[in-house]
Design a protein around this ligand. Sequence first.
Ligand code: PMM
Length: 284
Amino acid sequence: MGVLNVTPDSFSDGGLFIDPDVAVAHAQELAAEGADIIDVGGESTRPGADRVEIEQELQRTIPVVEAIARAGLTVSIDTMRSEVARRAVEVGAAYINDVSGGLADPRMARTAAEVGVDVIVMHWRGHSRDMQQRATYSDVTGEVISELSERVGEFVAAGVAPERIIVDPGLGFAKSFEHNWQLLATLPELMAQGHRVIVGTSRKGFLGAVGRPEGQSRPPLERDVATAVTSAYLCDLGVWGVRVHDVRSTIDAMDVANALWLARRAARGRTRPVRRDTGGDTGA
Ligand code: PMM
């Protein structure tokens, strides 16, 4: 999934794609590089961000969603508002990506059921302004899984088919750097819950801090190699999707992860049981 933020203030690409023509051209570039889905967002969720008015969010996103969908690309709408989701689906969006997992707008689950598209339900504990104050867990993996399953329950109760739901651990949303690493390390536990899983590590702060002295960080635009490494790891685990800004480096990394996976499987197939009588490899 390639990220297209039509915002003036997103943390890594804010202001770059606010002009609809530039946004559509960038979507086409992301698709040409290998993105299967273009995720269009009109509201920044960086820590500390204020909310935008709904009219502004609609104005930023709907024409872009419509143009990209008309060009034949698969679009997801990154919104916490049911009205934005509904209008985006009306003009061609095929996915709703709600970072609040239905918590920000009580009508989201019902709307998702009515419009009948796939929906990404992300783990979230509150709006960006003060979300980092909610980053308190005694068992981050267990709590994220149980809070997500409550959210999924609400969508299913509203009439969304379970197979339409994709879950996301919400890295960086009410999570410390350490929480993000723990969630990545234990991701198979979330995957075992049975829903498709998508993960967004792209350019996030915890990647910028790796290998740097305490309190220092690589700037967001210098985090694409780190992002690609996580994409390779996530590909190896078998997640359904990764959400990234730089599609080219992630596709490269996933191709390598995939080639390695195939080579390792083939190598395992070559191994023969060792025979006791000769002590040799019977497959020689
Ligand atoms: N992260 C951001 C925005 N939307 N959606 C999903 N499903 N998962 C994420 O991790 C996620 C998201 C924040 O990143 P951005 O400001 O660069 O878009």
